[in-house]
Design a protein around this ligand. Structure first.
Ligand code: UDX
Length: 436
């Protein structure tokens, strides 16, 4: 099928390349010339395992190309909208500028029978409003949310755990759902659940999924706070409640909490939208979820201060990690970098290392010192704090080896990812999150 993907950021670039890899003829469109140049040369503008390979393969096969000209979308049967919906500068709501601009620019190039499939995470009600603009062209607007995780984006796009199609009522909607089934044919054929619903439900599915995940993380972090005043161990607690399959162990990793380009802004936008709808109280708990999450960053800083005997001024602190999570170079709303910046603010000599995110981090926080080599970064440290659980730190850093590099013996485990017993055995004072 001929497809266009409008917006070539995280979501759009991966979607375009993944659709080409399953056999479609795809054009990716973005207003950012540098991004288009990079993608056209087969270079992923961000770190995402497997993306460069499917980009190159798609371009070489002739099935994938990129353009800054919206007119190149003409002739595609399905137009995916994958532009960003960041948090507005002066509030909690989602900034809809890019979605509106993308749809407006697409309108002159639509033909009757085309399907416009929104993938961006949007406030519920957006699709209904956009449909008023799309309907006169004879195209059909549907909502087809995306659930990809950074670091697993290619796999999540090619082989998702479910597909959601929010369509208008009647034969037009049923036809559009069939068009989406055809787009995702390999997944549909292998039995991946394909759920057809109305557009408002589809929009809500996405935000409620992210709200649930954020709540799960803040729940366990709230338990960590209680554990801290009772001497309990939140990691054992998580294991024990996680065996109940109604609860499940996933997303019960207590630590410095969630960040990234999705969960924080999505729960805030959800709160803002619920307020607009007069139902703010229904998701009032999301404010609490956000606050618990932000408190944990401060707790990690406090542990470093305590570990260093009450003050960090002019002490060397090595921060292991900058990305908001491993397998990503994304530093948007990164709890890891926030912890580093807070320590720097307290007067510590902060050295940050990360296998992928240093360049991005340096651009935003040039005041911190960045060292690419892990062992060099550890050299002379009075305290070490793990904030992104890359394997390089969690599994591959031997505490005895670390002892030969660092000056002090204080390690704070901001992700509860280290082997506490091994670090203690090597002579370190190990301080975890919500652990004795
Ligand atoms: C998330 C959703 O998982 C995905 O479905 C959606 O499409 C986009 O938002 P992503 O932002 O890539 O994906 O990250 P995710 O893997 O969900 O992690 C989010 C944050 O939560 C990270 O900062 C991670 O470190 C943190 N986290 C995750 C925890 O603190 N504890 C956990 O147990 C799990």
């Amino acid at each position: 099928m001929k497809l266009s993907v409008v917006g070539c950021g995280y979501l759009g670039a991966v979607h375009a390349a993944a659709m080409a890899s399953i056999g479609h003829d795809v054009v990716g469109i973005d207003v950012d010339e540098r991004k288009i140049e990079s993608l056209s040369a087969g270079r992923a503008p961000f770190f995402e395992p497997g993306l460069a390979e499917i980009l190159t393969e798609g371009i070489e096969s002739g099935r994938l190309r990129f353009s800054t000209d919206m007119a190149d979308a003409a002739g595609a049967q399905v137009h995916f909208i994958g532009v960003g919906t960041p948090q507005v500068k002066d509030g909690y709501a989602a900034d809809m500028t890019y979605v509106n601009a993308a749809v407006d620019a697409l309108l002159p190039h639509l033909s009757p029978g085309d399907v416009v499939a929104g993938k961006s995470t949007v406030p519920v009600g957006t699709a209904a409003a956009l449909a008023e603009r799309v309907d006169p062209t004879g195209a059909t607007l549907v909502w087809n949310p995306e659930f990809l995780r950074e670091g697993w984006a290619v796999q999540d796009t090619i082989d998702p755990d479910r597909l959601v199609a929010g369509v208008p009522e009647g034969p037009e909607g049923l036809r559009a759902a069939q068009v989406l089934r055809d787009v995702y044919h390999p997944s549909v054929a292998k039995g991946t659940p394909f759920l057809v619903m109305d557009r408002a439900t589809a929009e809500l599915v996405k935000v409620s999924a992210n709200a649930f995940l954020a709540t799960k993380i803040s729940f366990i972090n709230a338990m960590a706070e209680i554990a801290e005043v009772t001497g309990a161990d939140v990691t054992q607690l998580a294991d024990a409640i996680g065996y109940d399959d109604r609860i499940g162990r996933k997303f019960l990793g207590a630590g410095i909490g969630f960040g990234g380009g999705c969960l924080p802004k999505d729960i805030r936008a959800f709160s803002a939208r619920a307020e607009e709808l007069g139902r703010g109280e229904s998701v009032a708990f999301l404010r609490e979820v956000d606050e618990i999450n932000l408190r944990r960053r401060e707790r990690a800083v406090q542990l470093v201060v305590e570990g260093l005997g009450g003050q960090v001024f002019e002490k060397n602190v090595t921060v292991l990690g900058a990305a908001f999570k491993p397998h990503s170079d994304d530093i948007r709303d990164s709890p890891a970098l926030d912890v580093a910046v807070r320590l720097h603010g307290l007067g510590a000599n902060v050295t940050v290392t990360d296998p992928a995110a240093i360049n991005n981090a340096r651009r935003v926080h040039p005041q911190l010192t960045y060292v690419e080599d892990r062992d060099l970064a550890l050299t002379g440290a009075d305290a070490v704090i793990l904030v992104t659980e890359w394997d390089e730190y969690r599994r591959e850093l031997d505490p005895t080896h670390a002892s030969t590099l660092a000056a002090g013996r204080v390690v704070v485990d901001g992700r509860n990812g280290l082997d506490a017993a091994a670090w203690r055995a090597a002579g370190w004072t190990y301080l975890g999150m919500g652990r004795p």
